[in-house]
Write a protein that binds this ligand. Structure first.
Ligand SMILES: [Fe+2]
Ligand SMILES: [Fe+2]
Length: 400
């Protein structure tokens, strides 16, 4: 049996890690490859590290359905500092007679002599360094030096796949930039729903919401954040405002009875319309609480929260983004949602119109009255779309 061992912090695991594992798996004709999650690697001193059990979960999510490649928790289970030589020992005992390949990034090779017991490592596994074609270093010379000093064999495996780093994913999360092209959708979902890598002020909001909302509602909220950031990037809106509005859009979305109780207890007056349709309360009240309880002062953000249920004639790009993100975020599943998602990344107005039409049809079909303002907003959107089409045609004519 040929077994690969590919350790890493995986904070978080990204497409580059997975592609590297696949590439080495094929090239070395391995039977099995274990991606070992580092618990507390001695060569890094990072106190902000995501807890190991969460990093393991992300890795497992990324590898679901993957043939031959699996996540390993061997270093997490072992108490104390994790040394590669100990990890190899575990696999050596578990798979007697197997040939082991220790897979490391090419940049690790230079420091290899400083690792604990390099000789021991080289006696148990072939050291496989993944190199990039553009590497400035003479990797073979470094590899020869290791073979000479510690014995064993160093294999160089060239990897031409995507050059992604976990650091870049964490930076993007902090700066409200999309990460969907850098990691598996299941990992992305995990990052958002668990509120990983977010700036302190956003984490603090999530923690408050955690106490108030049902888990399902909270997950929907975090996935709306994901979608809003993505739409903001696409359409040129402020991604931080989109993130803030999205995380607070359902901040008081409780089941109807609880919501009415909340209003009663806290002395919030309700209109007749709101009493008849309690779902209308949470957007208005949400905007109020965003200001009073969460300290948001930006009127654009507050408006986006207030308008996310009914929309409004003349609503801003940010308003539309929050409205649409709420209805198309990845955990939403209903007929027609795929088409709306696609449209949302083409034209936000026509996506918004599609979404409004869908919910108006749904409301009518379930025997309830469509809110009178809905028609006006839909007409306004249709007009905006038509105007855009006209001016597009005019430009074409002028250019032609
Ligand atoms: Fe809502
Ligand atoms: Fe929502």
């Amino acid at each position: 049996m040929r077994i690969g061992i590919f350790g890493g912090t995986y904070d978080p695991v990204h497409t580059g890690h997975i592609e590297t594992a696949r590439s080495v798996f094929r090239e070395l004709e391995l039977d099995k490859l274990f991606m070992v999650v580092a618990a507390d690697p001695p060569h890094k001193h990072d106190t902000n590290r995501t807890p190991a059990h969460l990093r393991l979960k992300m890795l497992e999510a990324a590898l679901e359905g993957e043939r031959g490649i699996a996540a390993s928790d061997v270093e997490i289970k072992r108490a104390g500092k994790s040394y590669t030589v100990d990890t190899l020992g575990v696999f050596k005992r578990q798979y007697r007679g197997a040939e082991l390949f220790l897979i490391v990034g090419g940049d690790m090779l230079e420091n290899f002599p400083l690792w604990r017991d390099p000789k021991g490592i080289m006696s148990m596994a072939a050291l496989t360094a993944v190199t990039r074609p553009d590497s400035a270093r003479d990797m073979r010379a470094i590899a020869d030096g290791i073979e000479r000093d510690f014995g064993g064999r160093v294999i160089l495996s060239e990897f031409t796949g995507p050059d992604i780093s976990s650091t870049e994913i964490r930076r993007r999360m902090r700066d409200a930039e999309p990460i969907n092209l850098l990691c598996d959708p299941a990992v992305e979902r995990f990052i958002y729903t668990n509120g990983l890598y977010m700036p302190q002020e956003i984490t603090a909001i999530r923690q408050k919401l955690y106490k108030r909302l049902r888990r399902k509602r909270l997950d929907h909220t975090m996935m709306t954040v994901r979608e809003a950031i993505s739409l903001a990037a696409k359409h040129g809106a402020d991604p931080r405002k989109a993130r803030l509005a999205a995380i607070l859009h359902d901040c008081i979305k409780l089941p109807n009875r609880e919501l009415l109780e909340y209003c009663e207890t806290n002395g919030y007056e309700l209109s007749a319309d709101e009493r008849a349709n309690p779902y209308l309360i949470h957007s208005r009240l949400g905007a109020e609480l965003a200001e009073t309880e969460f300290g948001v002062t930006d009127p654009e953000v507050l408006n986006a929260i207030r308008r996310h249920t009914l929309g409004q004639v003349g609503m801003s790009l940010l308003d539309k983004i929050i409205y649409v993100a709420d209805k198309i975020e990845p955990s939403r599943e209903y007929e027609g949602v795929a088409e709306m998602r696609e449209e949302a990344y083409r034209d936000i107005d026509s996506a918004m119109l599609l979404v409004m039409k869908h919910s108006a049809d749904y409301t009518a079909a379930s025997g309830r009255q469509v809110n009178p303002s809905t028609r006006a907003v839909m007409d306004w959107l249709a007009e905006c779309i038509e105007n855009k089409r006209q001016s597009h045609n005019d430009t074409e004519e002028n250019n032609g």
